[in-house]
Design a protein around this ligand. Structure first.
Ligand SMILES: C[S@@+](CC[C@H](N)C(=O)[O-])C[C@H]1O[C@@H](n2cnc3c(N)ncnc32)[C@H](O)[C@@H]1O
Length: 291
C-alpha cells in the first residue's frame, strides 16, 4: 500500500489494485477509488500518472482500499453509481443500480414514443434509478416511485432533485401498489427476487452490504411477484405496458404468472446486455406484438 511520501499516482494505483485480491475487478476498483481520493477524473489520472501524491492523499486512498478489501462495494464507498449515463447517489439503504436493469428502460423506449405523456409507476424504486432514467427518456411523462423503505425514498428524493426531474415525480411509502390511486400507462418493477436458500451462494459484497429487503423474496424468490401481480389488475391503464426484472432462471415462471393478467401474445421476455433473459412484461396496446 502507498505508505511513503514519494509514491506516484501510477504506483499508488498498482499497489492498491494488488491489495484487492478478493475483487473480480481490482484495477477498475482501485482506479475509481484513487480518483475519488484525489478528486480527479480519468484524464488527470492518466496525464498525471508520474506525479507524486501527498502523504494525506496516500492515507485517504489507503483507507478506501482497506474498505474495499473488506468487500464493501465501491459504490457505497464513493457514495455514487452511474446508471443509464446518469449519476446516482447511493448509500447502504438502497440497492446499487445494475447496468442490466437498463433492459427495462430499453423495452420502454422500444414500445412507446418519446413524446407520450406517460403515467409511470416504479414499484420498489430504491435509489430512483429506473424512474429517473425513464423520465429522462420520456420528457412529457410523470412518475410515482413506491418503496416501503423510508430511507430509500429519502435517497430517491435526493436523486430526482439532483437530476432535475423532481417536478414530475411523487413518492409513496408503502407496500407495492397499495399506496397508489389511479391507473398507469407504464408500470416498472425491479423487486427483490433472490431465493432465501441462495443466500449462502451470494458474494460477500452483496450479502453483507446491500439491503436484505432489496434482495430476498421468500423461499423461491417469487413472493414479490405474487404480491405485485395480485394488486396489478386495477392499476394498469387501457393499453398499458408492464415491465418486470427477474433472475435469469425465473423468466419463464414470471411470464407464466403474468398470463393471469394479459393474453399470451401480449407477453414478452426482456434480455440483459449479455443476451440473458432477465425479465418479462406485457403490452396491452393494440397492434403491439410480444417478442
Ligand atoms: C431490487 S431493489 C430495486 C431498487 C431499484 N428499483 C433498482 O432497480 O435499483 C427492490 C426495492 O424494493 C423495495 N421493496 C421491498 N419490498 C417492498 C414492498 N413490499 N413494497 C414496496 N417496496 C418494497 C426495497 O426496499 C428495494 O428498494
Amino acid at each position: 500500500m502507498p505508505d511513503n511520501k514519494t509514491v506516484t499516482i501510477g504506483e499508488a494505483l498498482r499497489q492498491g489494485a494488488t491489495r484487492l485480491v478478493n475483487s473480480e475487478t481490482p484495477q477498475l476498483d482501485a482506479r475509481i477509488l484513487l480518483k475519488h481520493a484525489l478528486g480527479i477524473d480519468d484524464g488527470a489520472l492518466i496525464a498525471c500518472a508520474s506525479e507524486v501524491i501527498s502523504e494525506s492523499e496516500a492515507a485517504r486512498f489507503a483507507s478506501l482500499i482497506d474498505r474495499r478489501a473488506m468487500s464493501e462495494p465501491v459504490a457505497y464507498i464513493t457514495g455514487e453509481k452511474e446508471f443509464w449515463s446518469l449519476p446516482f447517489k447511493v448509500t447502504p439503504d438502497v440497492l446499487i443500480p445494475r447496468d442490466d436493469s437498463g433492459a427495462l428502460i430499453e423495452a420502454a423506449i422500444k414500445r412507446r414514443r418519446r413524446d407520450e405523456p406517460l403515467r409511470i409507476a416504479d414499484l420498489g424504486t430504491g435509489s430512483g434509478c429506473l424512474l429517473c432514467a425513464l423520465l429522462s427518456e420520456f420528457p412529457n411523462a410523470q412518475g410515482v416511485g413506491v418503496d416501503r423503505s423510508e430511507a430509500a425514498l429519502g435517497i430517491a428524493r435526493t436523486n430526482v432533485a439532483a437530476l432535475g426531474v423532481g417536478e414530475r415525480v411523487a413518492f409513496a411509502p408503502g407496500d407495492w401498489l397499495a399506496p397508489l390511486t389511479g391507473v398507469f400507462d407504464l408500470i416498472v418493477a425491479n423487486p427483490p427476487y433472490i431465493a432465501e436458500t441462495e443466500a449462502p451462494a451470494l458474494s460477500r459484497d452483496v450479502a453483507s452490504y446491500e439491503p436484505h429487503d432489496a434482495l430476498f423474496a421468500g423461499v423461491e424468490g417469487l413472493d414479490a411477484y405474487s404480491a405485485i401481480i395480485r394488486q396489478l389488475p386495477s392499476f394498469v391503464a387501457e393499453g398499458g405496458l408492464v415491465l418486470m426484472e427477474c433472475g435469469s432462471t425465473q423468466t419463464e415462471t414470471l411470464a407464466a404468472m403474468l398470463q393471469e393478467l394479459a393474453p399470451e401474445n401480449a407477453i414478452f421476455t426482456l434480455y440483459d446486455l449479455a443476451g440473458r433473459p432477465r425479465g418479462a412484461g406485457f403490452d396491452l396496446r393494440k397492434g403491439e406484438k410480444g417478442d
